[in-house]
Design a protein around this ligand. Structure first.
Ligand SMILES: [Fe+2]
Length: 306
C-alpha cells in the first residue's frame, strides 16, 4: 500500500479512538477494590470509599448517577481528595449526588480545580509540563468555600492543612491533610509532628501525591496516604500505562495501591501504604480518557500481616 493511501485509514482510526475516549470510556465508571493490611491485630475490617477528581459540571448525569450508587457499598469512611467541581453551579448537584454518603464519616481536601475554573489549553501540553505553573490567577473564581461548608455541615472533616481525630467503624483514626501543593497552598508545618501511636490508624490525605510531601507524612509515622490528581494518567497506553503523572510521582504509581517510598531505604526510613485514585472525571476542556477508566475505590483495611 502506498503511504498516501494510509492517511485516510489513520485519520479514521484516530477519530474512532477519540470518539471512544470521549463518549464511551469517559462515562464507563469502574469500582476498584483493594485490601490494605494496615490495622492493628484483631481489628475489624474498615471499608474506606476513596473518591477524587470529579471535576463536576452539572450536565454530567452519568457521573452523578454513578456517585449515587456508591452509598450501597456501605463504607465506614469516605475520603474525597479534591478537584470536585469545575463550575460555579456544581456544588448543589455534587452534594445531592453524595446524598447519604454525607451521613457517614468523611474527610476532604481541596485540589486547585476546586478554586479555579477550568480554562482552554492545548490538551497536549500535559505531556511536557505539570499543572503547577498553570495557576497564575490569585483570586479563586469557584465556590470552594461553599463546597467546604456543605461538606463540613454534614460532619465531614476539612483536612486542608489540618489535623484531627475521627471515629469510623470501631476505630479511632488520626487524620492529617494538606491543601494542594500545585497552587502552593500546602502547609505541612501546620500539621507536622509525630503521629499518635495510640491511634488505631494514622491517615494522611493530600490532593497531589508529591513525594516530598509524602516523605513528611511517612517520617511522622502515618500508615496510609490517600491522594488523587493524576487521573491515573488519563490517556494511557495498554501495557505501558500512564504516559505522565502531572506531578512528582513516578508513572508506576500513577494509580492504585502501592507504598511510599516505593523502595525501602530511599525515603525517611519508614514506609506507608499509598493509594492514588485515578479519579472520576476530567477537565471539561480535555474530555477524554483512554485505557484509564474513571473510577472510585473501595479500600478494605484489614489487620497488618505479622
Ligand atoms: Fe483533577
Amino acid at each position: 500500500m502506498r503511504p498516501h493511501a494510509l492517511l485516510p485509514a489513520t485519520a479514521a482510526a484516530g477519530v474512532a479512538v477519540l470518539g471512544y475516549s470521549a463518549v464511551v470510556e469517559r462515562n464507563w465508571f469502574a469500582l476498584r477494590r483493594h485490601e490494605v493490611p494496615v490495622l492493628p491485630p484483631g481489628a475489624r475490617p474498615l471499608r474506606v470509599l476513596h473518591i477524587s477528581d470529579a471535576h463536576l459540571t452539572p450536565g454530567r448525569h452519568r457521573l452523578l448517577s454513578f456517585l449515587r450508587t456508591l452509598d450501597a457499598l456501605e463504607p465506614d469512611l469516605v475520603v474525597n481528595t479534591g478537584d470536585s467541581i469545575a463550575s460555579k453551579l456544581s456544588v448543589t448537584p455534587l452534594l445531592d449526588a453524595l446524598g447519604p454518603l454525607l451521613d457517614r464519616p468523611g474527610v476532604f481536601v481541596f485540589g486547585s480545580n476546586d478554586l479555579y475554573a477550568p480554562t482552554m489549553k492545548n490538551p497536549a501540553r500535559y505531556l511536557w509540563r505539570t499543572s503547577s505553573d498553570e495557576h497564575k490567577r490569585h483570586v479563586p473564581d469557584l465556590p470552594w468555600a461553599e463546597l467546604g461548608s456543605g461538606l463540613e455541615a454534614a460532619g465531614w472533616m476539612d483536612a486542608n492543612n489540618r489535623r484531627g481525630r475521627i471515629k469510623a467503624g470501631e476505630l479511632d483514626i488520626e487524620v492529617a491533610g494538606v491543601h494542594d501543593s500545585h497552587i502552593k497552598r500546602d502547609r505541612y508545618d501546620k500539621i507536622a509532628g509525630p503521629a499518635d501511636p495510640a491511634a488505631d490508624l494514622r491517615l494522611g490525605v493530600l490532593h497531589s501525591p508529591e513525594p516530598a510531601v509524602m516523605d513528611r507524612f511517612v517520617a511522622d509515622g502515618f500508615d496510609l496516604l490517600l491522594a488523587g490528581h493524576t487521573h491515573g494518567g488519563q490517556v494511557c497506553l495498554p501495557v505501558f500505562g500512564a504516559l505522565v503523572t502531572n506531578c512528582g510521582i513516578d508513572r508506576a504509581r500513577a494509580r492504585g495501591l502501592s507504598q511510599h517510598p516505593a523502595q525501602p531505604g530511599t525515603g525517611p526510613g519508614k514506609r506507608a501504604f499509598l493509594h492514588v485514585s485515578g479519579g472520576l472525571g476530567t477537565s471539561p476542556y480535555a474530555p477524554v480518557r483512554l485505557a484509564c477508566r474513571p473510577e472510585a475505590t473501595l479500600l478494605t483495611l484489614v489487620p497488618r500481616i505479622g
